[in-house]
Design a protein around this ligand. Structure first.
Ligand code: NAD
Ligand code: ZN
Length: 357
């Protein structure tokens, strides 16, 4: 099964299914001079041999393995890969394949976007979170001053999502990725959320259920990025849960919570703010219980500082006097961006943090 994503520069298919890593020739329809695979140290032993086996009869293939973890999304690692890419003899008619989670996708995508002003690349996501990161064309590396500060919009030629690879990801990464599926459901509609509610992440993932959720999550993201490729307005809706989520990640220190775990708490808060702002009732309790049932870490250290969080939610330090912009829900499936006065936000955040404990 596949979803087609149209951008201003190309159109690419997101193919989702079991065993796709053994059928790479199906997804490569040009005669590339060379293929260069970028993967990480956790994914390499698990899946690189399969991908190599599926490509090597038809193409000359080289690869590189970067250390697993966010720290590989750096200028140093990027530059070293460019060096290897040059030494491997890649040219404008070569292809780069990103085999891994969102880290590898962002890094390899940025290599592809910048080597010789851009060569073709294919995303092979291997995490649940990467259903989000592999679609939408954002690629980037980090700067010590902040995440994803060096990057580009650069859509892939194809996304090849072999769901069999998802059975080996650690539980905290399952939680992290599923939070983004939950996000896609909350900004889309009630039936999608009701289906996710039935998932039990503490048991082995059920293939049909997982595929169905990934498919629908990607569909939601694809629709939004097609309508708004350059983040001008409706793409903001994808930030649902991310205002407090990002603030928590940086305030607690990266790595304390996974991205999705932080976003999960951020979504709870965004729902609370929505309920207060629109005098409406949303499924706060059902999300809260789902998160608990699935062992999301929800309680935050009591020492966490509300003012620090709010300043971080303002992102830009120069905007300190301005109010925080948040994606809220007028109803489930009806996102809208609103700015919330500090006074209101402080009160809601203090109350929210007390209730979480
Ligand atoms: P990740 O790529 O670091 O993967 C998480 C961990 O799982 C790593 O240790 C990795 O080695 C391991 N792993 C990956 N696949 C595995 C598999 N099949 N089996 C066993 N282990 C496996 O992280 P992620 O959560 O996939 O992605 C996070 C990154 O995505 C961040 O850098 C974030 O900035 C980026 N991101 C980008 C976008 C975008 O639009 N470009 C959107 C969201 C997130
Ligand atoms: Zn996210």
């Amino acid at each position: 099964d596949s979803i087609s994503v149209k951008t201003s520069t190309n159109e690419y298919a997101v193919s989702i299914g079991p065993g796709l890593r053994f059928q790479m020739e199906r997804f490569i329809n040009k005669s590339y001079s060379k293929i260069f695979i970028i993967t990480d140290s956790n994914v390499e032993p698990l899946y690189l041999p399969d991908v190599l086996q599926s490509l090597e009869p038809s193409f000359p293939v080289n690869y590189t393995v970067v250390p697993a973890g966010e720290s590989s999304k750096s200028a140093r690692v990027y530059f070293d890969i460019i060096t290897e890419v040059i030494q491997s003899g890649l040219d404008r008619d070569s292809l780069i394949i990103a085999l891994g989670g969102g880290m590898v996708g962002d890094l390899a995508g940025f290599v592809a976007a910048t080597f010789m002003r851009g060569i073709d690349f294919i995303q092979m996501p291997t995490t649940i979170l990467a259903h989000d990161s592999s679609v939408g064309g954002k690629v980037a590396i980090n700067h010590p001053e902040g995440k994803n500060l060096i990057g580009s919009f650069y859509p892939p030629q194809a996304v090849v999502y072999d769901v069999d690879t998802l059975h080996t990801i650690p539980l905290m990464e399952i939680r992290s990725g599923y939070a983004e599926i939950v996000k896609h459901s909350f900004i889309h509609d009630q039936p999608f959320w009701e289906d996710i509610e039935e998932v039990d992440l503490t048991k082995p993932l059920l293939d049909d259920q997982l595929m169905n959720h990934l498919f629908r999550g990607i569909q939601v993201k694809a629709n939004i990025v097609e309508l708004d490729e350059k983040e001008s307005n409706i793409r903001q809706y994808l930030n649902f849960g991310h205002t407090l989520g990002h603030a928590l990640e940086s305030e607690l220190g990266y790595g304390k919570l996974t991205h999705g775990e932080a976003v999960a708490i951020g979504m709870l808060f965004a729902i609370k703010v929505s309920e207060a702002h629109f005098h409406t009732e949303l499924p706060y309790q059902s999300l809260f219980e789902w998160l608990k049932r699935n062992h999301y870490p929800i309680a935050l250290p009591p020492t966490i500082n509300v003012n620090n969080l709010i300043n971080r939610m303002k992102k830009d330090k120069k905007a300190k006097k301005q109010s925080v912009q948040m994606v809220l829900l007028r109803e489930l499936g009806e996102p809208i961006t609103e700015s919330i006065e500090d006074f209101t936000l402080i009160g809601l955040l203090e109350q929210f943090l007390r209730e979480l404990v």
